[in-house]
Write a protein that binds this ligand. Structure first.
Ligand code: V47
Length: 375
């Protein structure tokens, strides 16, 4: 049994070791315990029970087809208004050309998420997905957050379920987990008041799961939310996962404090601390007992801490990405992308087993031996 110097942890460790679910109150103990070493070991126990040393990553490309957005989330440094010099807005052919220009052999996942464009008609979206599939049939398109799906429902005047159905018919494989931010009303009103409401976000993921479309869930932390509000966020996701089983991964997103009004208003220039990032990942791994994966998002916490996070519950490190904009607009200091070899090395150096996956988590290749870094 894992030993802890915090007596409050002892019954919790016993429960987790016995495979029992933790209550909200017990989840809060994980956030509060001074014994971070026991927390780490407990998260690692859960992680290894599920995956052993396997650590998943995908050869992926990120594409944001527009940064034009009318929503005005206060944490966002990515969005621009139409006519601004830094605004971009690709049509469907330009999207195809962007993918062609950045294409790498072996690429499997195209992750697209963008602004809520005020004028693009609904027809653009399924057309873009089918053009992508016609040109790159092997690419799995993971695109459109629940917030974007709600926007598409408004402009198409179709229910969100129908929007999802039509995008799926056009070739959409999976949905990313963005737009979740923090579900609690108190925070949401201050950081994303014009964005999809928490209940609707959850409903859209429920609908996607009903169509057999797998999705992810994120949580934007490290700004004005309390630890209770973080756990409440996880708790709502755990309930939906009990109902549908449709989530692949939970992804905590560490707040990047540059170029956005939320950070300016708070006078905040510091990033989340390494320990906060690790604790958050560990709590998620233990509390979200029905999620297959907790993702360490190297873009926001850095590849160095992501490497360490493999001992704190993380079993997925997202992808190679190629060209990221949302986090970097807000001050992320990580590279824009990592080569496949760098990812393999990062995982192997942490004593774990790299597994190349696709967007459905099919295992494509396992890398037991060291490979040379290409960059
Ligand atoms: O919803 C925006 C976040 C999200 C900031 O599903 C910020 O595999 C931190 O959803 N600081 C988009 N975060 C990214 C996203 C995502 C990322 C990686 C993997 C997956 C997946 C999904 O980025 C937004 C918002 O929560 N975000 N600004 C910021 N300043």
């Amino acid at each position: 049994m894992i030993q802890s110097r915090d007596p409050e942890m002892t019954p919790i460790i016993a429960k987790v070791e016995a495979g029992q679910r933790l209550s909200f109150k017990e989840g809060m103990v994980l956030f509060d315990t001074p014994d971070v070493n026991a927390l780490m070991r407990l998260a690692n126990l859960v992680r290894e029970r599920q995956h052993g040393d396997k650590t998943y990553f995908v050869h992926s490309m990120r594409l944001e087809f527009t940064n034009i957005c009318y929503v005005g989330c206060t944490f966002c440094a990515f969005a621009a208004h139409k006519g601004e010099e830094r605004a971009w807005d690709y049509d469907a052919d330009a999207v195809v050309e962007q993918v062609r220009a950045k294409y790498e052999p072996g690429l499997t996942e195209l992750h697209m998420s963008s602004g809520h464009h005020p004028n693009r008609p609904w027809s653009f979206y399924p057309e873009m997905v089918s053009k992508l599939k016609a040109n790159f049939p092997e690419l799995q398109v993971k695109a459109f957050t629940a917030a974007e799906i709600e926007h598409l429902s408004k402009i198409s005047k179709k229910p969100t379920l129908e929007v999802l159905r039509e995008l799926q018919a056009a070739g959409l494989s999976a949905m990313p987990g963005g737009g979740a931010e923090i579900f609690a009303d108190r925070v949401r009103k201050q950081v994303a008041k014009n964005k999809v409401k928490a209940e609707k976000w959850i409903q859209i993921h429920r609908e996607a799961h009903s169509l057999n479309m797998r999705t992810n869930a994120t949580m934007l932390y490290g700004h004005i939310e309390t630890l209770e509000e973080r756990l409440d966020h996880m708790d709502r996701l755990r309930k939906l996962q009990d109902e549908t089983g449709g989530f692949h991964a939970f992804i905590p997103l560490a707040f990047q404090p540059m170029g956005n009004t939320l950070a300016q208003n708070l006078g905040k220039t510091d990033y989340t601390t390494g320990l906060d990032d690790l604790r958050n990942l560990a709590v998620a791994r233990i509390y979200l007992d029905n999620f297959p994966h907790i993702k360490g998002y190297w873009v926001m916490i850095g590849s160095e801490l992501t490497q360490v996070s493999l001992d704190w519950g993380v079993s997925d490190v997202d992808g190679t990405i190629v060209d990221e904009h949302i986090a970097h607009a807000a001050g992320a200091t990580s590279p824009l992308g990592l080569s496949k070899e760098r990812m393999i090395n990062m995982i192997q150096q942490a004593g774990r087993l790299p597994v190349l996956r696709d967007a459905y988590y099919n295992e494509l290749e396992v890398y037991p031996a060291q490979v040379e870094a290409a960059d």
